[in-house]
Design a protein around this ligand. Sequence first.
Ligand code: COA
Length: 260
Amino acid sequence: MSYQNLLVTEEGPFLTVTINREKALNALNQQTMSDLAQFFGEDLPQRSDVRGVILTGAGDRAFVAGADIKEFTSLEGEGGANMAQRGQDVFFLIERSQVPVVAAIQGFALGGGCELAMACHLRIAGEKARFGQPEVNLGIIPGYGGTQRLIQYIGKTKATELMMTGDMLGAEDALRLGLVNYVVAPGEEIAKAKELLQKIATKGPRAIAKVIEAVNAYFQYDVDGFANEVSGFGDVTKTEDFKEGAQAFVEKRAANFTGK
Ligand code: COA
């Protein structure tokens, strides 16, 4: 695992991925998108021992302040559509990851940064976190899934307003609207993310993967979510973890899940 703009650290069954462009407020340039694609598309799927990923940004000012605007000047022709398609593809890798991905958001999560946080399964915001889709300030629209996922999380009314005005939301408003799971004191974002992942890691990993898949199915127009639930339920009832979970309940002890 080698990346130019990501730092990956390991602690037990958890990986922390830090977008490491602090001077540019961790803006997502194309190299960073390639690094994310490599991590989520190639390296993480080979790590069956990993039970969760924390995604964060370097420094305390920003999670990610958006796509790298300095690279926009070279966009022409079909370059914009290609860039958006590539970004969406990378973020789908995150959303469809088999292990839970928690965003730890300490500062600005704007544009592509808000979109990146929304592609994660859970979001922890520090009190100073600020969210927004300010693309209209540049004469463009969100391109990495923001027009769709923002509505999924906070509803059409407020999402439309935020995308039309470019206004930012503070952490408490993000919590109230359902954009984040928890708000914590500054500096506590990663600790809270770990606490959540530790709880999830006590469950059957294959069941967690099926929860992710079924939740995603709700938002895929070409997938029947109820049918996905039936097949997912059928799959997990064939696992050793299911036998262990039921047996542990009967024996009044904690289950020892192995992912098999
Ligand atoms: N792309 C490239 N560089 C960015 C960036 C982005 N999205 N966001 C911030 N930076 C860079 C700045 O250019 C600056 O670099 P410099 O010191 O080389 O000039 C550095 O990060 C610090 O940003 P700065 O604007 O000086 O900090 P600030 O505290 O005054 O403002 C923001 C912070 C986040 C409000 C402001 O940087 C901003 O509006 N960024 C763009 C957000 C955006 O529109 N995102 C969506 C893009 S589609």
